[in-house]
Design a protein around this ligand. Structure first.
Ligand SMILES: Cc1ncc(C[n+]2csc(CCOP(=O)(O)OP(=O)(O)O)c2C)c(N)n1
Length: 456
Protein backbone atom coordinates (compact mmCIF):
# COMPACT_ATOMS: atom_id res chain seq x y z
CA UNK A 1 0.00 0.00 0.00
CA UNK A 2 1.22 3.52 -0.80
CA UNK A 3 2.86 5.44 2.03
CA UNK A 4 0.81 8.28 3.48
CA UNK A 5 1.89 11.45 5.25
CA UNK A 6 0.85 9.79 8.53
CA UNK A 7 3.08 6.81 7.74
CA UNK A 8 6.00 9.20 7.37
CA UNK A 9 5.10 10.77 10.73
CA UNK A 10 5.11 7.46 12.59
CA UNK A 11 8.23 6.18 10.86
CA UNK A 12 10.06 9.39 11.72
CA UNK A 13 8.99 8.98 15.36
CA UNK A 14 10.36 5.44 15.27
CA UNK A 15 13.64 6.82 13.91
CA UNK A 16 13.76 8.95 17.05
CA UNK A 17 13.33 5.86 19.23
CA UNK A 18 9.64 6.28 20.07
CA UNK A 19 8.19 2.99 21.28
CA UNK A 20 4.90 4.18 22.73
CA UNK A 21 2.29 6.83 21.96
CA UNK A 22 -0.35 7.76 24.56
CA UNK A 23 -3.65 9.06 23.20
CA UNK A 24 -7.33 8.82 22.37
CA UNK A 25 -8.70 8.39 18.82
CA UNK A 26 -11.10 10.69 17.00
CA UNK A 27 -12.22 11.53 13.48
CA UNK A 28 -9.56 14.23 13.23
CA UNK A 29 -6.67 11.74 13.48
CA UNK A 30 -7.95 8.73 11.54
CA UNK A 31 -4.95 8.75 9.22
CA UNK A 32 -2.52 8.76 12.15
CA UNK A 33 -4.43 6.00 13.95
CA UNK A 34 -4.24 3.87 10.81
CA UNK A 35 -0.49 4.45 10.48
CA UNK A 36 -0.11 3.37 14.12
CA UNK A 37 -2.36 0.32 13.59
CA UNK A 38 -0.19 -0.84 10.69
CA UNK A 39 2.92 -0.66 12.91
CA UNK A 40 1.37 -2.01 16.11
CA UNK A 41 4.06 -4.71 16.37
CA UNK A 42 6.72 -2.00 16.66
CA UNK A 43 5.11 1.00 18.32
CA UNK A 44 2.49 0.74 21.07
CA UNK A 45 -0.61 2.89 21.27
CA UNK A 46 -1.85 3.23 24.85
CA UNK A 47 -5.43 4.42 24.87
CA UNK A 48 -6.51 6.72 27.68
CA UNK A 49 -9.99 7.88 28.78
CA UNK A 50 -9.13 11.57 28.78
CA UNK A 51 -6.40 13.23 26.72
CA UNK A 52 -5.04 15.01 29.79
CA UNK A 53 -3.94 11.58 31.01
CA UNK A 54 -2.08 10.99 27.75
CA UNK A 55 -0.11 14.19 28.23
CA UNK A 56 0.62 13.29 31.87
CA UNK A 57 1.74 9.80 30.81
CA UNK A 58 4.07 11.29 28.21
CA UNK A 59 5.41 13.75 30.79
CA UNK A 60 5.79 11.08 33.51
CA UNK A 61 7.49 8.76 31.07
CA UNK A 62 9.91 11.55 30.12
CA UNK A 63 10.59 12.33 33.79
CA UNK A 64 11.47 8.76 34.66
CA UNK A 65 13.35 7.81 31.47
CA UNK A 66 14.89 11.08 30.29
CA UNK A 67 13.54 10.22 26.82
CA UNK A 68 10.96 11.93 24.61
CA UNK A 69 7.33 11.30 25.65
CA UNK A 70 4.72 11.34 22.89
CA UNK A 71 0.97 11.97 23.13
CA UNK A 72 -1.74 12.12 20.46
CA UNK A 73 -5.16 13.78 20.42
CA UNK A 74 -7.82 14.49 17.86
CA UNK A 75 -8.75 17.92 16.51
CA UNK A 76 -10.65 20.46 18.62
CA UNK A 77 -11.58 19.11 22.07
CA UNK A 78 -8.96 16.37 22.05
CA UNK A 79 -6.13 18.83 21.63
CA UNK A 80 -7.62 21.19 24.19
CA UNK A 81 -7.77 18.34 26.73
CA UNK A 82 -4.00 17.87 26.45
CA UNK A 83 -3.23 21.31 27.80
CA UNK A 84 -2.84 20.70 31.55
CA UNK A 85 -0.44 17.80 31.00
CA UNK A 86 1.53 19.80 28.46
CA UNK A 87 1.87 22.71 30.89
CA UNK A 88 3.11 20.23 33.47
CA UNK A 89 5.84 19.22 30.98
CA UNK A 90 6.61 22.85 30.14
CA UNK A 91 6.94 23.96 33.76
CA UNK A 92 9.04 20.96 34.81
CA UNK A 93 11.19 21.07 31.65
CA UNK A 94 10.31 17.67 30.19
CA UNK A 95 10.69 16.66 26.53
CA UNK A 96 7.17 15.92 25.28
CA UNK A 97 5.82 15.85 21.73
CA UNK A 98 2.09 16.43 21.25
CA UNK A 99 0.49 15.44 17.94
CA UNK A 100 -3.00 16.64 17.05
CA UNK A 101 -5.40 16.77 14.12
CA UNK A 102 -6.95 19.73 12.32
CA UNK A 103 -10.06 19.93 10.08
CA UNK A 104 -9.71 19.48 6.28
CA UNK A 105 -6.87 21.72 5.13
CA UNK A 106 -9.11 23.83 2.88
CA UNK A 107 -11.81 24.36 5.49
CA UNK A 108 -9.70 25.57 8.42
CA UNK A 109 -10.94 28.93 9.75
CA UNK A 110 -14.33 28.70 8.07
CA UNK A 111 -16.43 27.78 11.14
CA UNK A 112 -16.23 24.15 10.11
CA UNK A 113 -16.67 21.23 12.52
CA UNK A 114 -14.07 21.20 15.36
CA UNK A 115 -12.51 24.30 13.87
CA UNK A 116 -9.95 24.96 16.58
CA UNK A 117 -6.58 26.07 15.25
CA UNK A 118 -4.60 24.06 17.73
CA UNK A 119 -1.27 25.55 16.67
CA UNK A 120 -2.62 28.89 17.91
CA UNK A 121 -3.89 27.29 21.12
CA UNK A 122 -0.45 25.81 21.81
CA UNK A 123 1.53 28.99 21.17
CA UNK A 124 2.45 29.58 24.80
CA UNK A 125 2.99 26.00 25.93
CA UNK A 126 5.17 24.81 23.05
CA UNK A 127 8.80 25.61 22.30
CA UNK A 128 8.24 24.25 18.81
CA UNK A 129 4.83 24.41 17.20
CA UNK A 130 4.03 23.63 13.56
CA UNK A 131 1.02 23.17 11.31
CA UNK A 132 1.85 20.61 8.62
CA UNK A 133 1.07 22.04 5.18
CA UNK A 134 1.38 18.86 3.11
CA UNK A 135 2.88 15.37 3.01
CA UNK A 136 6.39 16.57 2.20
CA UNK A 137 6.31 18.84 5.24
CA UNK A 138 6.05 15.95 7.70
CA UNK A 139 9.56 14.55 7.97
CA UNK A 140 11.49 17.80 8.38
CA UNK A 141 8.95 19.17 10.87
CA UNK A 142 8.89 15.94 12.91
CA UNK A 143 12.70 15.79 13.05
CA UNK A 144 12.78 19.35 14.33
CA UNK A 145 9.95 18.82 16.79
CA UNK A 146 11.68 15.83 18.40
CA UNK A 147 15.06 17.56 18.49
CA UNK A 148 13.67 20.79 19.95
CA UNK A 149 11.78 19.03 22.74
CA UNK A 150 14.90 17.06 23.70
CA UNK A 151 17.41 19.87 23.30
CA UNK A 152 15.37 22.57 25.02
CA UNK A 153 13.60 20.35 27.57
CA UNK A 154 10.07 21.29 26.66
CA UNK A 155 6.97 20.72 24.62
CA UNK A 156 6.78 20.40 20.84
CA UNK A 157 3.50 20.31 18.98
CA UNK A 158 2.68 19.17 15.46
CA UNK A 159 -0.83 19.49 14.09
CA UNK A 160 -1.90 17.91 10.80
CA UNK A 161 -5.12 18.49 8.82
CA UNK A 162 -7.13 15.28 8.67
CA UNK A 163 -7.00 14.95 4.89
CA UNK A 164 -3.28 15.68 4.73
CA UNK A 165 -2.67 12.70 7.04
CA UNK A 166 -4.01 10.37 4.34
CA UNK A 167 -2.35 12.05 1.35
CA UNK A 168 0.31 10.11 -0.53
CA UNK A 169 3.80 10.66 0.87
CA UNK A 170 6.13 12.70 -1.31
CA UNK A 171 3.34 14.48 -3.23
CA UNK A 172 3.41 18.27 -3.76
CA UNK A 173 7.08 18.79 -2.97
CA UNK A 174 8.44 22.32 -3.49
CA UNK A 175 11.67 22.84 -5.40
CA UNK A 176 13.67 23.80 -2.33
CA UNK A 177 12.52 20.95 -0.12
CA UNK A 178 15.23 18.48 -1.13
CA UNK A 179 14.14 14.94 -0.14
CA UNK A 180 15.92 13.60 2.92
CA UNK A 181 17.59 16.92 3.83
CA UNK A 182 17.06 16.53 7.61
CA UNK A 183 18.44 14.03 10.11
CA UNK A 184 17.21 12.10 13.13
CA UNK A 185 20.54 12.49 14.91
CA UNK A 186 20.35 14.07 18.33
CA UNK A 187 23.58 15.55 19.67
CA UNK A 188 23.39 15.76 23.44
CA UNK A 189 24.89 18.97 24.68
CA UNK A 190 28.36 18.55 26.16
CA UNK A 191 28.50 22.09 27.46
CA UNK A 192 31.10 22.60 30.19
CA UNK A 193 31.82 25.81 32.06
CA UNK A 194 34.77 28.01 31.35
CA UNK A 195 37.90 26.91 33.34
CA UNK A 196 38.30 30.43 34.74
CA UNK A 197 34.73 30.33 36.09
CA UNK A 198 35.43 26.94 37.67
CA UNK A 199 38.42 28.48 39.50
CA UNK A 200 36.29 31.41 40.68
CA UNK A 201 33.57 29.06 41.87
CA UNK A 202 36.09 26.91 43.75
CA UNK A 203 37.55 30.02 45.41
CA UNK A 204 34.11 31.03 46.71
CA UNK A 205 33.32 27.52 47.95
CA UNK A 206 36.76 27.00 49.52
CA UNK A 207 36.48 30.30 51.41
CA UNK A 208 33.08 29.37 52.90
CA UNK A 209 32.88 28.13 56.48
CA UNK A 210 29.25 27.00 56.36
CA UNK A 211 28.40 25.77 52.88
CA UNK A 212 24.95 24.43 51.95
CA UNK A 213 24.09 22.69 48.68
CA UNK A 214 20.63 23.10 47.16
CA UNK A 215 19.65 20.70 44.38
CA UNK A 216 16.57 19.71 42.40
CA UNK A 217 15.60 18.01 39.17
CA UNK A 218 18.99 18.86 37.60
CA UNK A 219 20.65 16.81 40.33
CA UNK A 220 18.78 13.61 39.53
CA UNK A 221 21.56 12.09 37.47
CA UNK A 222 24.38 13.57 39.56
CA UNK A 223 23.89 11.82 42.91
CA UNK A 224 27.45 10.51 43.32
CA UNK A 225 28.98 13.84 42.36
CA UNK A 226 26.68 15.70 44.78
CA UNK A 227 27.69 13.42 47.64
CA UNK A 228 31.37 13.80 46.73
CA UNK A 229 31.03 17.61 46.74
CA UNK A 230 29.14 17.48 50.05
CA UNK A 231 31.90 15.36 51.55
CA UNK A 232 34.60 17.83 50.45
CA UNK A 233 32.70 20.90 51.52
CA UNK A 234 31.15 19.41 54.69
CA UNK A 235 27.89 20.70 53.24
CA UNK A 236 24.37 19.40 53.83
CA UNK A 237 22.44 18.73 50.60
CA UNK A 238 18.99 20.29 50.67
CA UNK A 239 16.55 18.92 48.07
CA UNK A 240 13.71 20.57 46.15
CA UNK A 241 10.90 18.03 45.66
CA UNK A 242 11.69 17.25 42.00
CA UNK A 243 15.17 16.27 43.19
CA UNK A 244 13.91 13.95 45.94
CA UNK A 245 15.73 10.97 44.43
CA UNK A 246 18.93 12.90 43.57
CA UNK A 247 20.52 11.73 46.81
CA UNK A 248 18.94 8.95 48.90
CA UNK A 249 17.39 10.02 52.18
CA UNK A 250 19.65 7.70 54.17
CA UNK A 251 22.73 9.51 52.84
CA UNK A 252 24.63 11.21 55.69
CA UNK A 253 24.89 14.29 53.48
CA UNK A 254 21.23 15.17 52.95
CA UNK A 255 18.74 17.02 55.10
CA UNK A 256 15.86 16.00 52.80
CA UNK A 257 13.22 18.24 51.29
CA UNK A 258 13.08 22.02 51.52
CA UNK A 259 9.99 24.21 51.60
CA UNK A 260 6.52 24.00 53.08
CA UNK A 261 6.65 20.19 52.91
CA UNK A 262 10.27 19.94 53.97
CA UNK A 263 12.34 19.17 57.05
CA UNK A 264 13.50 21.52 59.78
CA UNK A 265 17.24 20.98 59.04
CA UNK A 266 16.56 21.83 55.37
CA UNK A 267 15.05 25.12 56.50
CA UNK A 268 17.90 25.85 58.91
CA UNK A 269 20.80 25.11 56.55
CA UNK A 270 19.95 27.90 54.06
CA UNK A 271 19.06 30.23 56.97
CA UNK A 272 22.45 29.70 58.60
CA UNK A 273 24.89 29.09 55.72
CA UNK A 274 27.50 31.61 54.58
CA UNK A 275 27.85 30.02 51.12
CA UNK A 276 25.24 28.42 48.86
CA UNK A 277 25.97 26.03 45.99
CA UNK A 278 22.88 25.66 43.78
CA UNK A 279 22.95 22.59 41.53
CA UNK A 280 20.30 22.21 38.86
CA UNK A 281 17.30 23.77 40.52
CA UNK A 282 15.01 26.76 40.16
CA UNK A 283 13.13 25.89 43.36
CA UNK A 284 10.51 28.63 43.24
CA UNK A 285 9.92 29.47 46.92
CA UNK A 286 12.43 32.34 47.16
CA UNK A 287 11.69 32.91 50.85
CA UNK A 288 13.41 29.60 51.70
CA UNK A 289 16.73 30.68 50.15
CA UNK A 290 19.31 32.58 52.23
CA UNK A 291 18.51 36.27 52.40
CA UNK A 292 20.20 38.14 49.51
CA UNK A 293 23.61 39.22 50.81
CA UNK A 294 23.65 36.67 53.62
CA UNK A 295 25.59 34.03 51.69
CA UNK A 296 27.96 33.98 48.73
CA UNK A 297 26.52 31.98 45.88
CA UNK A 298 27.65 29.62 43.14
CA UNK A 299 25.13 28.14 40.71
CA UNK A 300 25.46 25.17 38.36
CA UNK A 301 22.71 25.29 35.74
CA UNK A 302 22.22 23.86 32.26
CA UNK A 303 20.08 26.77 31.11
CA UNK A 304 22.10 30.01 31.06
CA UNK A 305 18.89 32.03 31.29
CA UNK A 306 18.31 30.71 34.82
CA UNK A 307 21.63 31.80 36.36
CA UNK A 308 20.82 34.22 39.17
CA UNK A 309 17.09 33.62 38.84
CA UNK A 310 16.35 32.99 42.53
CA UNK A 311 19.52 34.03 44.35
CA UNK A 312 22.11 36.72 43.49
CA UNK A 313 24.98 34.30 42.89
CA UNK A 314 28.54 35.51 42.32
CA UNK A 315 29.52 32.75 39.92
CA UNK A 316 27.40 30.91 37.39
CA UNK A 317 28.59 27.64 35.88
CA UNK A 318 26.59 26.75 32.79
CA UNK A 319 26.67 23.02 32.23
CA UNK A 320 25.32 19.59 33.01
CA UNK A 321 25.26 19.04 36.80
CA UNK A 322 27.26 15.80 36.91
CA UNK A 323 29.88 16.87 34.37
CA UNK A 324 30.31 20.30 35.96
CA UNK A 325 30.63 18.87 39.46
CA UNK A 326 33.22 16.39 38.16
CA UNK A 327 35.22 19.31 36.75
CA UNK A 328 34.82 21.30 39.97
CA UNK A 329 35.64 18.54 42.47
CA UNK A 330 39.44 18.48 41.98
CA UNK A 331 39.50 22.22 42.78
CA UNK A 332 37.64 21.85 46.08
CA UNK A 333 39.60 21.57 49.32
CA UNK A 334 38.31 19.16 51.95
CA UNK A 335 37.06 21.23 54.87
CA UNK A 336 38.59 20.38 58.21
CA UNK A 337 35.85 22.15 60.14
CA UNK A 338 32.91 19.72 59.75
CA UNK A 339 30.67 21.36 62.35
CA UNK A 340 28.05 22.82 59.95
CA UNK A 341 27.42 19.39 58.42
CA UNK A 342 27.51 17.70 61.82
CA UNK A 343 24.87 20.08 63.18
CA UNK A 344 22.66 19.28 60.19
CA UNK A 345 23.22 15.55 60.77
CA UNK A 346 22.24 15.88 64.43
CA UNK A 347 19.13 17.77 63.31
CA UNK A 348 18.26 14.95 60.92
CA UNK A 349 18.57 12.32 63.65
CA UNK A 350 15.98 14.26 65.64
CA UNK A 351 13.86 14.76 62.53
CA UNK A 352 13.73 11.04 61.73
CA UNK A 353 12.82 10.27 65.35
CA UNK A 354 9.89 12.69 65.02
CA UNK A 355 8.84 11.12 61.69
CA UNK A 356 9.01 7.65 63.27
CA UNK A 357 6.79 8.84 66.11
CA UNK A 358 4.26 10.42 63.73
CA UNK A 359 4.34 7.45 61.35
CA UNK A 360 3.68 4.85 64.05
CA UNK A 361 0.81 6.56 65.86
CA UNK A 362 -2.07 4.28 66.66
CA UNK A 363 -4.96 6.83 66.64
CA UNK A 364 -8.38 6.06 65.26
CA UNK A 365 -9.13 7.20 62.62
CA UNK A 366 -5.71 6.39 61.24
CA UNK A 367 -3.42 9.36 60.47
CA UNK A 368 -2.36 9.65 56.82
CA UNK A 369 1.28 9.79 57.96
CA UNK A 370 0.93 6.17 59.08
CA UNK A 371 -0.10 5.04 55.60
CA UNK A 372 2.88 6.83 54.05
CA UNK A 373 5.26 5.49 56.70
CA UNK A 374 4.12 1.90 56.18
CA UNK A 375 4.25 2.24 52.40
CA UNK A 376 7.77 3.69 52.58
CA UNK A 377 8.94 0.65 54.57
CA UNK A 378 7.36 -1.83 52.18
CA UNK A 379 8.49 -0.36 48.84
CA UNK A 380 10.97 -2.34 46.83
CA UNK A 381 14.48 -0.96 46.41
CA UNK A 382 13.77 -0.41 42.71
CA UNK A 383 10.38 1.26 43.20
CA UNK A 384 9.21 4.19 41.10
CA UNK A 385 6.86 6.44 43.06
CA UNK A 386 4.66 9.20 41.67
CA UNK A 387 2.67 11.61 43.78
CA UNK A 388 -0.25 14.02 43.36
CA UNK A 389 -0.60 17.53 44.71
CA UNK A 390 -2.34 18.10 48.01
CA UNK A 391 -1.50 17.27 51.60
CA UNK A 392 -0.67 13.88 50.17
CA UNK A 393 2.52 15.45 48.81
CA UNK A 394 3.57 16.32 52.37
CA UNK A 395 3.26 12.72 53.52
CA UNK A 396 5.18 11.57 50.45
CA UNK A 397 7.89 14.19 50.94
CA UNK A 398 8.38 13.47 54.63
CA UNK A 399 7.38 9.89 55.30
CA UNK A 400 8.42 7.99 52.16
CA UNK A 401 12.20 8.18 52.07
CA UNK A 402 13.87 7.83 48.67
CA UNK A 403 16.23 4.86 48.51
CA UNK A 404 19.35 4.74 46.38
CA UNK A 405 17.89 3.08 43.29
CA UNK A 406 14.36 4.35 43.54
CA UNK A 407 12.83 7.12 41.41
CA UNK A 408 10.29 9.62 42.74
CA UNK A 409 8.43 12.47 41.09
CA UNK A 410 5.38 14.72 41.13
CA UNK A 411 4.07 17.77 39.31
CA UNK A 412 6.62 20.20 40.72
CA UNK A 413 6.07 23.66 39.30
CA UNK A 414 2.52 23.33 38.00
CA UNK A 415 1.45 21.42 41.13
CA UNK A 416 -1.56 20.01 39.37
CA UNK A 417 -3.79 17.31 40.78
CA UNK A 418 -4.45 13.97 39.09
CA UNK A 419 -1.02 13.50 37.50
CA UNK A 420 0.14 10.75 39.86
CA UNK A 421 -1.77 7.82 38.38
CA UNK A 422 -0.93 8.60 34.71
CA UNK A 423 2.73 9.18 35.66
CA UNK A 424 2.70 5.69 37.17
CA UNK A 425 1.27 4.16 34.01
CA UNK A 426 3.89 5.94 31.91
CA UNK A 427 6.58 4.64 34.25
CA UNK A 428 5.28 1.06 34.31
CA UNK A 429 5.20 0.91 30.52
CA UNK A 430 8.81 2.11 30.38
CA UNK A 431 9.93 -0.23 33.19
CA UNK A 432 7.63 -3.29 33.14
CA UNK A 433 9.70 -5.17 35.72
CA UNK A 434 9.99 -2.46 38.35
CA UNK A 435 7.55 -1.80 41.15
CA UNK A 436 5.54 1.34 40.36
CA UNK A 437 3.32 3.06 42.93
CA UNK A 438 1.11 6.15 42.64
CA UNK A 439 0.55 7.89 45.98
CA UNK A 440 -2.59 9.98 45.49
CA UNK A 441 -5.37 11.52 47.56
CA UNK A 442 -9.05 10.74 47.20
CA UNK A 443 -9.54 14.07 45.39
CA UNK A 444 -6.89 13.35 42.78
CA UNK A 445 -8.06 9.76 42.48
CA UNK A 446 -11.68 10.68 41.76
CA UNK A 447 -10.66 13.54 39.47
CA UNK A 448 -8.72 11.03 37.38
CA UNK A 449 -11.22 8.19 37.45
CA UNK A 450 -14.36 10.28 36.87
CA UNK A 451 -14.43 9.71 33.08
CA UNK A 452 -14.58 5.94 33.73
CA UNK A 453 -17.50 6.01 36.17
CA UNK A 454 -20.31 5.69 33.63
CA UNK A 455 -18.91 2.28 32.72
CA UNK A 456 -19.24 0.99 36.29
C1 LIG B 1 -6.17 20.57 38.65
C2 LIG B 1 -6.11 21.17 40.03
N1 LIG B 1 -7.24 21.61 40.61
C3 LIG B 1 -7.19 22.13 41.87
C4 LIG B 1 -6.02 22.23 42.55
C5 LIG B 1 -5.98 22.84 43.95
N2 LIG B 1 -5.78 21.72 44.93
C6 LIG B 1 -4.56 21.36 45.33
S1 LIG B 1 -4.58 20.07 46.39
C7 LIG B 1 -6.26 19.95 46.29
C8 LIG B 1 -6.99 18.89 47.06
C9 LIG B 1 -6.44 17.53 46.81
O1 LIG B 1 -7.19 16.59 47.49
P1 LIG B 1 -6.77 15.07 47.57
O2 LIG B 1 -6.38 14.57 46.22
O3 LIG B 1 -7.86 14.35 48.26
O4 LIG B 1 -5.45 15.09 48.41
P2 LIG B 1 -5.26 15.56 49.93
O5 LIG B 1 -4.92 17.02 49.88
O6 LIG B 1 -6.54 15.30 50.66
O7 LIG B 1 -4.11 14.73 50.42
C10 LIG B 1 -6.78 20.93 45.47
C11 LIG B 1 -8.23 21.10 45.20
C12 LIG B 1 -4.86 21.77 41.88
N3 LIG B 1 -3.65 21.84 42.44
N4 LIG B 1 -4.94 21.22 40.64
Amino acid sequence: MAQTAADVLIETLQDWGTEVVFGLPGDGINGIMEALRKRREHIRFIQVRHEESAAFMACGSAKFTGKLGVCLATSGPGGIHLMNGLYDAKLDGQPVLAITGLPYHDLIATHTQQDVELDKVMMDVAKYNARVMGPTHVENVTDLACRTALAYHGVSHITIPVDVQEMAAGKGRSRRNVPGHTSDVFARSARLPDPADLQRAAAVLNAGRKVAILTGRGGLRAGNELEAAAERLAAPIVKALLGKAAVPDDSPFTTGAIGLLGTRPSQEAPEQCDTLLIVGTSFPYIEFYPKPGQARGVQIELDPMRIGLRYPVEVGLVGDSAATLRALLPLLQRKTDRSFLERAQAGMREWWELMEKQGTRRDTPMKPQVVAHELGRRLRDDAIVSCDSGTVATWWARHIPARRNQMHSLSGNLATMANGFPYAIGAQIAYPNRQVVAFVGDGGFSMRSWPSWPRV
